[in-house]
Design a protein. Sequence first.
Length: 405
Amino acid sequence: MSHLFLRVTALAAYVLLVGAAPRSESSPDDPQKLIEIVEEKSTTTTFSLVAISKVDYAVTVNADLPTLENLKAGTKPPYTVVVQPRKRALVTKLTRINPRKASRYATSYTCYAGWRDPQRTDFAYTLPWEPGYAYRVGQGFNGQFSHQGRNALDFSMPEGATICAARDGMVIEVTQNFSEGGINEEFKSKANRILILHDDGTTARYAHLVHNGAKVKIGQKVKAGEPIGLAGATGYAKGPHLHFEVDRPPGPGDNQYETVPMQFMAVDEKGSELRVAPKEGDILRRPGGAGKLPPNLIEEIVLCRRMSEQHEPVDVTDIFRAKDAMTIAMRIGAPGERTLKLTITRAGDKKAAPLLFERELKTPPQANYFWMSINLANEPKLRGALAIRVSFNGQQLAEKQFRVE
């Protein structure tokens, strides 16, 4: 959402009126912080409207003249001008038609970081996290929860996970003072975020960072893959994730940033690099990072009585009867073939406590869930309050408590 700045003047004197729309996840700063539009007289009957930059990056100004009385504009509105950092740019010239009559005009304008570059809209971005890690696309382009009509992505990243720059650029905004989030309207303007301007005039938005989770400063130049912040759940969010979008300023007559479709470089289950256009539900792995263990290898353990034909848990529960068949389904956050160890102990027992059940499991190369079933009638030791733990090379990945009665 953008901001509107309105000026009404009679040349000899003027009244300044400012109206600012509420700040949202995709809104730029207040235009008064970015530019100033001033009058510069050329003659007694002619003057120019000039936009003056107040910031260290290029700004696009979309301006109009909703009121124009006894004045002629040098060019027909609306206008789009790009103001270079700390520079000036002519919006238009106005000439009084009848010098003996009073003249009046109004200017309205919106401001946007960057500029439109029709030559460069296709770019292979770096996945915005550490090499070797993989995360799920929780909400895709035009997603129903909050991405309607927008080419934006939500990556399901745990709180505190490292966010990396998806492309070279300059940091133009850092907001990190918010500490709360939720799905109430009040949180829509309270997302911590980092904005990075690219060399083709587009701007990347990284949103929902944790409180004080930025690792960069305004004006800092960053390279693709460089750590810039920590994922969180501030602002309008159901839970921890990274909201990522790439914007460019709108054309004349529009006041919303245009979100640009994105493609990323990823690796498949065989380790081959490929260029992908993300879809909701995809799990994307960033190339590199050999030997690293993704923190979200197992996103969660779900206990149920069976799996559906679509490979989704059915009859989810944490309480089973001794004669039940129990299915242990593990939601995979980082695909790839690995051998995991699953153990069951008494709830509250230490990891070194005597095992009641142990099994090695091989994860499939690409899947949302993998699972195993246990016939509890054949496992008389599995009674009472119990705990399932899944580990890889001695490192615990996930734990789930349940009860067998």
